[in-house]
Design a protein around this ligand. Structure first.
Ligand code: HEM
Length: 250
């Protein structure tokens, strides 16, 4: 009587235990970071170019209005009137939606993962870093107010004498001056430019990490450049409500 040997069973590849998954959420944190970095770069370039355009206010109404009109006739006749402007607007809107969406996900995930633990050793960079969601929110509100004020001319945000642009001319200078002669509005612009500085300085610094910049010295140079860039944009813009309030422009 031989003992009964249980049949040897070889598990088929299909019956193996499922491979462990990382449980990583989608979109991945890397995708979110890259989205923030790319859209943030677009915004940084936009605010720089916009600030340089805004400085034309110091050259007088004729030049400033001609510049505003040129923005609407750019690339004509290849594109229709305001065609290029609408392309820019579409790109900015897509970037804004992606930037805000990605930032909300990053903030929520970071808070969930970190709990009450705080990062140390950040030095002067702690303040702008901590304020990022709040300065971002202020900028979002500002963009809406700013467009109602100087682009669509929607009252009561816009000044009473707002003049719409026509096919042949623009009154951007008059609109700007009339708006910023209202001191609460000028004050709002000044406060927002300080927020813009804080947001830009931290955003640009983060770009270094997101683009994989390494090396202590290179990072130090980048931090300095971020400070100079943010300072130049904020000061250039900030000077305008101050100049209007002081009567140097108007
Ligand atoms: C003191 C600072 C600023 C001044 C004096 C200023 C001035 C202006 C003016 C005059 C216009 C209307 C241009 C036109 O209709 O031809 C405009 C439009 C606009 N500005 Fe500013 N701006 C300032 C800061 C900013 C900042 C910081 C941002 C972004 C965060 C911004 C975003 C925009 C946008 C999105 C438009 C609408 C462009 C369009 O679609 O026509 N501005 N700005």
């Amino acid at each position: 009587m031989g003992s009964t040997v249980p049949p040897l069973t070889v598990p088929s590849p299909r019956s193996t235990v499922p491979l462990p998954t990382t449980g990583a959420p989608a979109p991945s944190n890397v995708t979110l970071k890259v989205t923030m970095a790319l859209t943030g770069t677009v915004f940084a370039l936009y605010v720089l170019v916009h600030m340089i355009g805004n400085l034309k206010v110091y050259t007088g109404a004729e030049h400033f209005d001609a510049y505003a009109h040129w923005l609407r006739t750019l690339a004509e006749p290849l594109l229709p009137y305001e065609g290029a402007l609408w392309l820019f607007r579409a790109v900015l809107l897509v970037c804004l939606a992606a930037h805000v969406g990605a930032s909300v996900l990053i903030v929520v995930r970071a808070r969930r993962a970190r709990g009450r633990v705080r990062r140390t050793g950040m030095g002067w960079r702690r303040l702008p870093a901590t304020l990022m969601p709040y300065t971002g929110l202020v900028l979002l509100v500002f963009i809406v107010v700013h467009i109602l004020d100087l682009t669509t001319g929607t009252r009561p945000v816009a000044p009473t004498g707002f003049v719409d642009p026509t096919r042949t001319s623009s009154d951007a200078y008059g609109n700007l001056v009339e708006s910023l002669q209202r001191w609460p509005m000028a004050l709002f612009y000044i406060v927002v430019m300080a927020m813009l500085f804080l947001h830009l300085v931290h955003g640009l610094w983060t770009l270094a990490q997101d683009y994989g910049v390494t090396g202590q010295r290179t990072r130090q140079v980048w931090a300095l450049l971020a400070l100079v860039f943010a300072g130049a944009v904020a000061l250039g813009d900030l000077s305008i409500p101050i100049a209007v309030l002081a009567g140097w422009v108007g």
